[in-house]
Design a protein around this ligand. Structure first.
Ligand SMILES: [Zn+2]
Length: 245
């Protein structure tokens, strides 16, 4: 009986820790040209963009439909937002963390603002984009997300450009970032040497694109990675990817 009481007290005291300790996974979906990444946790699904040409919606629905779903948007290009109508319909409580930073046309504004804004924050996701960076196009203004898991970081730069990288990359110097989703699908105008020089713990890079559409990943970007001995995995070739966080 004493033992049982002890187990009960232990469970009450440590149940929240046990929950936090349950492994969560990061999925980089094969969506053709575009981006949709989901961090699946015990109670939540955090989506980083919701775009692409096609997506394994049934599988995503199975994983996330009964959880709290929230969306972090890098920017509002179609290849990052196309599946928002699907998400609204099929994922419970889908909310948006923040509006994109660029000026939206009426159609995109209507679509994006039809999502309620989230009333909670995730301390495991940091938006490290620089607000004072003044450029005109949506890619320059793309939000950049840093995900903190047990003892490492994942970097999701959206479609951020090399010139934008110059402004935010100092924020990640010396961080233990082991996984990088290539900015702008591996375009030659992202993932510059200046950024790579700050990623000394990097072990793997991922390209979410369809080569025939815009030639991503570009050969110049691939060369920059090869020079540093960094492996590049393309969802187009490897399919949906998943990592323990
Ligand atoms: Zn894009």
């Amino acid at each position: 009986m004493k033992d049982l009481i002890f187990v009960f007290i232990f469970l009450i005291l440590f149940s929240s820790r046990i929950e936090n300790a349950l492994p969560s996974r990061l999925y980089v979906w094969r969506v053709g040209q575009g981006q949709w990444i989901t961090w699946v946790k015990e109670q939540n699904c955090l989506h980083f963009d919701m775009g692409g040409e096609s997506a394994p919606t049934r599988f995503i629905q199975k994983l996330c439909r009964d959880k709290k779903n929230s969306l972090f948007l890098s920017h509002a290009d179609l290849d990052h937002i196309r599946f928002i109508p699907w998400g609204k319909k099929n994922l419970a409580n889908l909310c948006l963390h923040e509006l994109p930073r660029e000026t939206l046309n009426e159609k995109k504004r209507r679509l994006i603002t039809s999502l309620p804004l989230c009333t909670f924050n995730s301390e495991l996701v940091e938006d490290i984009s620089i607000t004072y960076f003044k450029k005109k196009n949506a890619n320059d203004l793309s939000r950049v997300f840093l995900l903190k898991s047990s003892n490492r970081y994942t970097l999701i730069p959206g479609d951020s450009t090399t010139s934008a990288e110059h402004y935010w990359s100092h924020k990640i110097s010396n961080l233990n970032i082991t996984l990088l989703i290539l900015g702008h699908h591996g375009s030659r105008y992202s993932t510059g040497d200046n950024l790579l020089a700050k990623l000394s713990y990097l072990r793997q890079t991922i390209c979410s694109a369809r080569k025939k559409r815009y030639g991503h990943p570009h050969a110049d970007t691939a060369q920059r990675l090869i020079r540093r001995g960094l492996p590049l995995i393309a969802t187009e070739l490897w399919g949906n990817l998943s990592y323990e966080m």
